[in-house]
Structure formats: structure tokens, C-alpha cells
Write a protein that binds this ligand. Structure first.
Ligand code: TRP
Ligand code: ZN
Length: 461
């Protein structure tokens, strides 16, 4: 819109006339309730990007009550008269856009915000939401729980794919990545562990406040604020990575020998994939066996029990594949899980265990009726299947088929180029295929179609 035209609006005095003129010049936009993901249509929101989340939380482990304040710094990508956040369960007690109170209503997981005046395209704005209540996890399409999951001494907090919205208002889709500050207050004796680097820990009147900072861009689902009675170990690696391990005493004996290997695992993965992407690393080993999974929370995976070495290798491989390089769509989940699983195979191969070929062969021997062949990993079909065996195992088999076709030199070049080329950003399956063809100089379309997209057990490569 030419500037001269806009200036004439200043002369218009009545709000109705002004709105009509603005409306005519720039169509009113209400953002959109989702980021366009076919598997999770309401996840994320259109019309803005969040650059930073500043979350202040107070969790009472006795009552399970959470008091929160979220300040989102965002930029409008279109003119907005209204926009959505994802937020479910907790009660909103206040909402401002900038300094002004804004209107809001709840509709399912959408928190619909109407600022007093429209946001201009490109405008930077803050949204402050205060909230309270007893958070509860969401049930995913596959029946698993994610989000804020209360435990006997705190909470196991993991948000893949949907659960971030159970504890803070978010643009809850991996296409939007942001930096984070966390200020978390818990009863003295409990530890609150979030992502990134611990800035401070202060105890006043029986409560301890932990301040964490995650500087590199992070998808909302990878945020955590896990609370428990933890033993803490902190050190800095030779490469300057700040390691923070928090371990529930009930898991300490079983996890100690595995956690001891974290520095060497990170170093080994750095050699394969390129530099570790974050300033901080570590582990949160909770005692939450009912959860049934671990999550690659950014810079510091969270485990529902003492992990075995393979799980530690897997979750830390996700720091490159899934965390630093994010999905654009949940349909591409094999880019996370296939890569992390194949890293387990490579680790075994290079540490005296089975070769990746042997692991591949054992899987390939499974009959066509086996669940492994239930759907192709590049097309899980729905959100209910994103953590299914084909995504993990046949996803890893896809990478092994690629390695077999292009040879080790090109294969590891491809992995490193993927990690460095999309560092802190996003990738799609199509981009990975293009990269593999470019690096190897081979036509790999048949291979990818067979392994990623064709239903049923593929013919031997
Ligand atoms: N991404 C996790 C991993 O493989 C697994 C995971 C996260 C998961 N959320 C889940 C598995 C929900 C099943 C259900 O490391
Ligand atoms: Zn995984």
C-alpha cells in the first residue's frame, strides 16, 4: 500500500470510518487456527511468528497447582485483527497485547485473541497471558499422554506432539521456533529443570526459583519444565558444552553407568554429524514409568526411567535430527525417528555390537504380515501412527538402503550436509531426497519411493 494513501487516514476521525477505510485498503485478517498440518490441523497458528517465550511458572507439588505468566514476543506476518494461540485446560486470568488489555475467548485448544487495534503486517508485538489451574496432559491420537504429567514428587513435562499447550500458550507447531526464558519456582527440595543453560537458583522462604535460558531456536514441543526430587550433576565438557544431569534417586543406580557415557556419545555423534548444535546438554531421568517413553527435549532429553545406552544415543541423536533440524510437517516424522534409530544401529556397529547390515537383515527377515510393514514410513497416514514401528525401524532401514546404494563416503557426507544445511531450521523429506541425489550424483527416486512411500514389504534392494 502506498504511504501517501495511508497518511490520508489520519484525517479521518470516527473509528467506524477509519475501520472501513483500513478494511477497504487492507483486508481484515484473523490469522488461522492451525499451521496447516494435515495430521494436527489445529496445531500452530497462522499470521505471526513467535521469536521468544518468557515463561514464569510457579508449581505447587502438593496441590498440583500451576500459576503461570507467559510473555510472547512475536511478529505479525499479515495484518491481524485477531489471532489464535494454542492453549488447553488452564484458566486464563489476564491477557494483554502490548500494554493494552485484549479480548479473548476459548474454543477447544484455540485461545482466540482480539487486540484493541489491528496489528500491522510486520509489526512486532508482545502477548502476555496470566493463567492458573491444575494442568493435565492431553491424550494423543495413539492413546499416549503428553504435556504436563504429574508425578509423585513433581511433574514429567514432555510435549510431543501436542502437549506444550497444556502448560503454556504457544504457537504449537514445529514450523515456529523460538528462544526461551524459564523462571520456575518450586518448593524447596525440588528441582525444576528446563532447556538450555541454568542462569541462577535461589531459595527464599522455602521456595526455590530456577532460571533457565534456551538461546538456540526451539519448537514448543521440545520445551520442558520437569520437576522432581533430583540429584544434580553439572560439568562442562572439553568442547565447552554445559552438561546438567538431574536424576531421580530411585533411578540413580541404574542410570549412572549410562549417563557417564554422555560426553563420549556426544563426541561420537559430533564426529558423524558435525558439531553438537547447542550450548547445553544433559539428561533428566525421572521416575515416571507410567509415561512409557523418553523425549528428546532440546539440549536435555527427559527419560521416564533410567535409559539404556541405546536410548541415550537415540535421544541425543535427535538433538541434530529433530531439534536443530525441525520437521515442517508431522507426516515427515521419519526424518526424526528413522535418523535417531539408525544412529543406534551405527553406534552398535562402531562399538563392538551388530553391524547395521545385520540389524537390517534381521528386520528384513520379518514376514510381510509383520507390523513393521503395516504402513510406509514416509506416509504414516495419521497422527495415530507417527510413533509406530514402521516410522522408527523402516525409517532406519531407508537410511541403510541409501547407505548401501551410495556408499559410506557419500552417505555420511549427506548426513552432515543435512545437519549443517538446515541447522536451527527446518527440513522436508523432498529436500532430503534432493540433497542425497545431489551429493551422491545418483538417481535415488526409486529407492526413496520404494522405502518411504510404497505400502507392504519392499523387494530386496
Ligand atoms: N520422540 C520420542 C522418541 O522416540 C518418542 C515419543 C514422544 C513418543 N512422544 C511420544 C512415543 C508419544 C509414543 C507416544 O525419542
Ligand atoms: Zn525418537
Amino acid at each position: 500500500m502506498p504511504k501517501a494513501v495511508r497518511r490520508t487516514f489520519v484525517l479521518v476521525t470516527t473509528p467506524v470510518a477509519l475501520a472501513a477505510l483500513l478494511g477497504a485498503a487492507a483486508p481484515a485478517s484473523t490469522g488461522s487456527p492451525g499451521a496447516g498440518d494435515p495430521y494436527f490441523p489445529l496445531a500452530g497458528n497462522g499470521g505471526y511468528h513467535v521469536g521468544h517465550y518468557d515463561l514464569t511458572l510457579r508449581y505447587d507439588t502438593g496441590s498440583g497447582r500451576l500459576d503461570g505468566k507467559a510473555v510472547l514476543t512475536a511478529r505479525a506476518t499479515e495484518r491481524l485483527t485477531r489471532f489464535d494461540l494454542d492453549f488447553t485446560g488452564l484458566t486464563v486470568t489476564g491477557l494483554t497485547v502490548g500494554k493494552a488489555k485484549a479480548g479473548f475467548r476459548r474454543s477447544g485448544q484455540e485461545l482466540v485473541v482480539t487486540p484493541q487495534r489491528a496489528l500491522r503486517k510486520g509489526e512486532r508485538f508482545t502477548v502476555t497471558v496470566t493463567y492458573q489451574g491444575k494442568p493435565a496432559p492431553v491424550t494423543d491420537p495413539d492413546g499416549s499422554l503428553d504435556g504436563w504429567i504429574a508425578t509423585d514428587d513433581g511433574a514429567f513435562v514432555a510435549g510431543e506432539p501436542q502437549g506444550a499447550m497444556t502448560w503454556f500458550p504457544a504457537n504449537n507447531h514445529p514450523t515456529d521456533k523460538s528462544s526461551y526464558d524459564f523462571t520456575i519456582t518450586v518448593p524447596q527440595g525440588r528441582t525444576a529443570v528446563a532447556n538450555g543453560v541454568l542462569f541462577s537458583r535461589r531459595t527464599v522462604h522455602g521456595r526455590t526459583t530456577f532460571r533457565w535460558h534456551q538461546s538456540e531456536p526451539m519448537a514448543a514441543y521440545l520445551a520442558t519444565a520437569t520437576v522432581g526430587k533430583f540429584k544434580v550433576e553439572q560439568f562442562t565438557t572439553g568442547n565447552g558444552i554445559r552438561v546438567y544431569n538431574a536424576v531421580d534417586a530411585r533411578e540413580a543406580a541404574a542410570s549412572a553407568p549410562v549417563l557417564k557415557k554422555l560426553p563420549s556419545v556426544l563426541e561420537w555423534e559430533s564426529k558423524l554429524f558435525g558439531p553438537y548444535p547447542f550450548r547445553a546438554a544433559g539428561s533428566i531421568v525421572d521416575h515416571a514409568h507410567n509415561v512409557g517413553y523418553a523425549l528428546e527435549t532440546q539440549s536435555r532429553p527427559v527419560y521416564d526411567r533410567a535409559p539404556d545406552l541405546s536410548t541415550l544415543v537415540h535421544e541425543n541423536a535427535h538433538q541434530w535430527f529433530g531439534d536443530s533440524v525441525s520437521l515442517t510437517s508431522w507426516k515427515d516424522i521419519w526424518l526424526n525417528e528413522g535418523f535417531a534409530t539408525y544412529t543406534e544401529w551405527l553406534y552398535a556397529e562402531q562399538h563392538g555390537g551388530d553391524s547395521a547390515q545385520k540389524t537390517f537383515d534381521a528386520l528384513y527377515a520379518k514376514p510381510a504380515s509383520d507390523g513393521l510393514w503395516e504402513f510406509p514410513p514416509g506416509n504414516p497416514g495419521s497422527g495415530a501412527n507417527i510413533f509406530g514401528t514402521p516410522v522408527y525401524a523402516r525409517g532406519a532401514m531407508t537410511l541403510h538402503a541409501l547407505r548401501t546404494a551410495v556408499g559410506d563416503r557419500a552417505f555420511f557426507l549427506i548426513l552432515r550436509a543435512w545437519a549443517s544445511g538446515h541447522r536451527y531450521g527446518h527440513g522436508t523429506t523432498a529436500q532430503f531426497e534432493h540433497l542425497a541425489q545431489r551429493v551422491s550424483g545418483k538417481d535415488l527416486d526409486g529407492l526413496f519411493r520404494t522405502w518411504l512411500d510404497t505400502p507392504g514389504k519392499p523387494n530386496r534392494p
